[in-house]
Design a protein around this ligand. Structure first.
Ligand code: 13P
Length: 251
């Protein structure tokens, strides 16, 4: 059975001491909770070692929010997938719309990053999603299919088994406007079918597909109740244990 996942994406928030506090408070809040999902904390590079230490001995998975296209060398300011893996992190978020929009990450870049991540044993949380104009034009399915085809459908079946998909409509990110559970289910079902067309039904059924975009403790139960919604990638509501816990408990 595919995994249910509640994944935090802290983005560029918290200093290192604040991040350690947040990780500890999430750890504490989860103690004794009968959880039906994996919990992932996506944190800035600077926090990886300390957060990995703060959750040591639990099954909380630490993830980076990015990694380099190259394995090593003269790339000032970059952080390789090997560096990420050496911190104790087990996953990396790639292809987030904020990276595509603000840092011009295209599919070619993402193919290289995904390859680096998988070469270094990291699970990939691969993001996709349309903007408002694309949705208004009814092009959301084409946009998402192309992002998958160009970003990860080059992978072998074996490699693809290390990928989790996060559908994050750009119009719902940080806006307070969530996709309805019907809209989320419709797209995630489409994504699963698209995966089935490429990799077959068995792999499609095993792939966890998350929804992201203004997901919170209030709307998570309805979203996660949909058959194709395997969890969430959470921004704002992951920045306090108090807000994040109800999402973890929403399955
Ligand atoms: P919000 O939950 O703040 O809308 O962010 C979603 C997101 O981008 C997670 O990656």
């Amino acid at each position: 059975m595919r995994k249910k996942i509640a994944a935090a994406n802290w983005k560029m928030n918290t200093t290192v001491p604040e991040g350690i506090e947040l990780a500890k408070s999430v750890r504490q809040a989860l103690e004794g909770v009968d959880r039906k999902c994996d919990v992932v904390l996506g944190v800035p590079f600077t926090h990886l070692c300390a957060v990995a230490e703060a959750v040591k001995g639990t099954d909380i998975i630490v993830a980076a929010e990015n990694c380099a296209t190259e394995p090593k060398g003269a790339y000032t300011g970059e952080v390789s997938a090997a560096m990420v893996a050496s911190t104790g992190a087990k996953a990396v978020i790639l292809g987030h719309s904020e990276r595509r929009q603000y840092y011009s990450e295209d599919s070619e870049t993402l193919v290289a990053k995904v390859a680096q991540a998988l070469d270094n044993g990291l699970q990939v949380i691969f993001c996709c999603g349309e903007d408002l104009e694309e949705r208004k034009d009814g092009r959301q399915f084409d946009v998402v299919r192309k992002e998958l085809e160009d970003g990860i459908f080059n992978l072998s079946e074996d490699e693809f088994r290390s990928v989790v998909i996060a559908y994050e409509p750009i119009w719902a990110i940080g806006t307070g406007e969530t996709a309805t559970s019907e809209q989320a289910e419709e797209m995630l079902k489409y994504i699963r079918q698209t995966i089935a067309d490429r990799y077959g039904k068995e792999i499609a059924e095993e792939t966890s597909i998350l929804y992201g975009g203004s997901c919170n403790g209030k709307n998570a139960p309805e979203l996660f109740a949909k058959p194709n919604v395997d969890g969430g990638l959470i921004g704002g509501a992951s920045l306090s244990a108090e807000k994040f816990l109800p999402i973890v408990e929403a399955f």
